[in-house]
Design a protein around this ligand. Structure first.
Ligand code: PMT
Length: 407
């Protein structure tokens, strides 16, 4: 397991001394701790104390760039698995709530995409002030987590709520948050999934479609949701019930699906193309019902745009998973599709196999990456297959992020 990186922000309150104890306990717990101190914090405790305890350089000034190859506040924000501000003063809480970035800590917090945890410490009247209450609410709505101050003797003489939670309590909370994170490997990620079979209309009452029920795509959506992702499903014709807690966007034809997917592609981290998309559509779509005439009717079809291939050509940061529905020669066709459509991973199913393919609750999937077969899943529920696929994808996405962040 990779050692987790914690950025510890210490702000200017008397409880700053407890920040040193917290730093020491986090290091003892096995975390790689990087400390940022505000100017106020340095009045209570010295950076040298924190440098000694964390065994890492301490940051106090946004412009004190020591490594020319990185921008420190971005680098710290990128490599942090979690940022904890303890103690957090009313001032730092207000800055974070309003987006002020005027020192190393607030700038790093603004650049952070990981979980932020705030452990406030202040006088009870300050803690209950409507401005502070409002700021805490704003932050809670942005998924910032809090470790409530405790009730006890405050430095100002009051016996009331406002004392920084004990370092042991904070370390336990950090451990819990990161452990939960481990069960939610797609936490904070935006996942876009396509499901179902597209419908290509000949006239107002007739269409070409396929047997896709949407079960595979919905199982993937459910798994991604359970792994902490924000999930959108672009669904064509489906017979299965869509899962709760995911956004469903309806798209009938291959063209509708292309447009709906492209609209959301840029903001997605992971895209899974489980839909069965028509390769051809009628060139003419009659505006009224085609009348019966003669013994033969010729339908002229034209190629649809290959959505997966389009995404593969346009992808920047997105992890792209394609499917291949085959009736034999699985390895050959799977690798051809994976390479041609620039996928990061491809799930192939032989839809002629018993227990696999369309409109069933089970599937038999072989997973490939650019180097070849990575896993052959035996017959299992589509739900379990979806979980196994997404765990692999999440690991690869995390590895890629680590590489890009130089971890
Ligand atoms: O929905 P279920 O009943 O649960 O069935 C599941 C499933 C069999 C539909 C699913 O497991 C599956 O295999 N989905 C892909 C079906 C398919 O269209 O495969 P393909 O080999 O024709 O296409 C390869 C890939 O290109 C697919 O990711 C497909 O979404 C994509 N494609 C194809 C054509 C096109 N015009 N645009 C595309 O994006």
């Amino acid at each position: 397991m990779r050692r987790k990186t914690i950025v510890l922000g210490i702000t200017g309150g008397i409880a700053a001394y407890k920040g040193a104890v917290l730093c020491s306990k986090l290091v003892q717990a096995g975390f790689d701790v990087h400390v940022i101190m505000t100017e106020g914090a340095c009045k209570f405790i010295t950076p040298l104390t924190l440098q000694t305890l964390s065994r890492n350089p301490v940051y106090t000034d946004t412009f004190d760039e020591r490594d020319p190859s990185v921008v420190s506040h971005i680098d710290l924000a990128d490599k942090a698995d979690l940022i904890i501000v303890a103690p957090a003063t009313a001032n730092t809480i207000a800055k974070l709530a309003t987006g002020i970035a005027d020192d190393m800590l607030s700038t790093t917090l603004l650049a952070a995409t990981c979980q932020v945890v705030i452990a406030p410490a202040m006088n009870v009247h300050m803690y209950n002030h409507p401005a502070v209450v409002h700021n805490l609410q704003v932050l809670a709505e942005r998924s910032v987590m809090f470790i409530e101050p405790e009730t006890g003797q405050l430095a100002c003489g009051y016996v009331a709520k406002g004392r920084l939670a004990e370092p042991e309590t904070i370390v336990a909370a950090v451990n819990d948050i990161l452990a939960e994170d481990a069960n939610k490997p797609l936490m904070g990620k935006r996942v876009l999934i396509t499901a179902g079979g597209t419908v290509e209309r000949l006239d107002p009452v007739r269409y070409l479609t396929n047997d896709s029920s949407g079960k595979m795509g919905f199982a993937l959506a459910e798994a991604a949701r359970d792994f902490g992702a924000e999930v959108t499903v672009v669904a064509a014709r489906t017979s299965a019930a869509p899962p709760s807690g995911v956004a469903i966007v309806r798209a009938e034809s291959a063209q509708d699906m292309l447009e709906a997917v492209l609209e959301r592609f840029e903001s997605s981290d992971l895209v899974v193309k489980a839909a069965a998309v028509a390769d051809y559509r009628p060139i003419v779509r009659a505006s009224s019902k085609i009348k019966k005439s003669g013994d033969r009717l010729m339908l002229e079809l034209e190629k649809t745009t290959d959505i997966l291939q389009t995404l593969g050509e346009r992808k920047t940061k997105q992890f792209l998973i394609g499917f291949a529905a085959e009736t034999g020669n699985l390895d050959h066709y799977a690798m051809d599709k994976l390479k041609r459509k620039h996928c990061d991973m491809l799930a192939a199913n032989d839809v002629s196999e018993e227990g696999a393919g369309f409109n069933r609750d089970t599937n038999i999937i072989r997973l490939y990456d650019q180097s070849g077969l990575i896993e052959a899943l035996p017959m299992m529920s589509k739900r379990e297959a979806a979980r196994r696929m997404l765990i692999l994808a999440a690991q690869r996405m995390a590895d890629r992020e680590d590489r890009e962040a130089g971890r």
